[in-house]
Design a protein. Structure first.
Length: 129
């Protein structure tokens, strides 16, 4: 699948905050309020689209890519490490798209920031990831 990654726009953010994942992935559901749209327009969130499917997900970088509670556990040390977070549209999960989706996010980050290291943190109950 050919992914196009671009700056997050208000329309894409409004769609993403209303996505709902089934158990056990409900932890990834957002609240659907306007403050989440503003948060996604911070310059570190990017919309991921395909020509066929339209908006298929998002990728984010920095603090927003870190899992809740991870800092308290000391997971986020190191200098010049770029954290990456990803979200695939709920109806597309479990279909074998993950590896290509993640690689597209990594390739985008390398081209944009040239980090010396990248980190992806996955919650332990996310067996598919």
């Amino acid at each position: 699948m050919q992914y196009q990654i671009s700056a997050m726009d208000e329309r894409a953010a409004a769609e993403i905050i209303n996505w709902h994942y089934d158990p056990p992935y409900t932890v990834y559901n957002l609240n659907g309020d306007e403050s989440e749209i503003e948060s996604m327009l911070d310059g570190y969130h990017f919309a991921v689209r395909t020509a066929r499917e339209g908006l298929v997900g998002f990728v984010c970088f920095g603090i927003d890519a870190q899992v809740p509670g991870g800092r308290a556990r000391g997971l986020y040390g190191g200098k010049r490490v770029l954290d990456i977070g990803l979200g695939l549209r709920p109806d597309l999960t479990g279909k074998g798209l993950g590896q290509g989706f993640v690689q597209a996010g990594i390739d985008f980050a390398i081209a944009k920031w040239r980090p010396t290291a990248m980190r992806l943190t996955v919650l332990s109950n996310n067996q598919r990831a």
